[in-house]
Design a binder for this molecule. Structure first.
Ligand SMILES: [Zn+2]
Length: 272
């Protein structure tokens, strides 16, 4: 989502932030919508980045607007799936040209939080999250894994352990790394941690290249409301019962770990 919206909004000035008319469950906006609106107006967007499954807009004032789309939210420049679930519009201007950035959310599970720079750095950025998955070194992976006997797949979804790996990607990464999802994190050898780190980079970079995935309910869209293309690249996710594309011998299994589905191949990812 970030890659799709960045070129259109970077450097632009926010003319207005508007709450759309939506009769569904309201979004959580912190501290309040009126403060968000007041402190956004007149600011330019100096940076747009992805962090821990959130979109971070950095304002010229030093405030940070953090949007967490969660399960059903989208950041869009055009063509929302429907207009009833549009939630917030950032009206942006450059010279006399107008653009809108929209937050669309069918179920209203998303959140928008405005942080001051100091709070953002001390509370949000450093306190609540692990290192971003794309920045985590092999040594950091080793240190983290040594501290927990939780199953590796479960640990990977904990945003304080590592930030930015969603459920789908955790299955894909473990498959590429040839690691059984139920392996206790502290039992992983150095060699397997090296594979895990590399697989994380490979899978997430591929996903970014294909701009995310469109799940069966069609929720995920890129910034222009086109389906993401990563689903065509899934090796195991949502492929239970199909032949494993890696070994072409075993059948992909589905198990549930911490209430989330995991997909893997028993042959490629043997439990050691
Ligand atoms: Zn296999």
């Amino acid at each position: 989502m970030v890659r799709g919206i960045r070129p259109a909004i970077l450097g632009r000035t926010i003319a207005n932030v508007r709450k759309c008319r939506c009769r569904c469950k309201p979004l959580q906006i912190l501290p309040t919508f009126s403060r968000l609106s007041r402190l956004s107006k007149g600011q330019s967007i100096v940076d747009v980045r992805r962090f821990a499954k959130r979109i971070v807009l950095e304002y010229s004032s030093g405030d940070y607007c953090v949007i967490e789309p969660r399960m059903t939210g989208l950041m869009l420049l055009a063509d929302p799936p429907d207009v009833e679930h549009l939630r917030i519009e950032w009206n942006l201007s450059v010279d006399d040209e107008q653009t809108s950035l929209w937050f669309w959310d069918r179920r209203g599970l998303g959140t928008i939080t405005l942080w001051h720079r100091d709070e953002f750095e001390t509370t949000f950025y450093n306190g609540r999250f692990g290192t971003d998955a794309l920045a985590m070194s092999v040594d950091e992976w080793s240190e983290r894994c040594a501290t927990t006997s939780r199953e590796i797949k479960v640990a990977m979804l904990d945003q304080t352990f590592i930030a930015g790996i969603g459920n789908l990607y955790a299955s894909e990464i473990l498959h590429v790394a040839k690691i059984h999802p139920q392996t206790p994190a502290n039992r992983l050898s150095r060699q397997r941690i090296i594979r895990l780190q590399q697989a994380t980079l490979d899978v997430l970079h591929l996903a970014i290249r294909y701009e995310g995935s469109t799940l069966e309910d069609g929720t995920y869209r890129n910034a222009l409301n086109q389906s993401g293309q990563f689903q065509n690249q899934h090796r195991v996710y949502a492929r239970a019962g199909e032949k494993c594309p890696t070994c072409e011998r075993s059948i992909i299994q589905r198990i549930v770990q911490a209430q989330r589905s995991t997909f893997f191949c028993r042959r490629c990812q043997a439990l050691r």
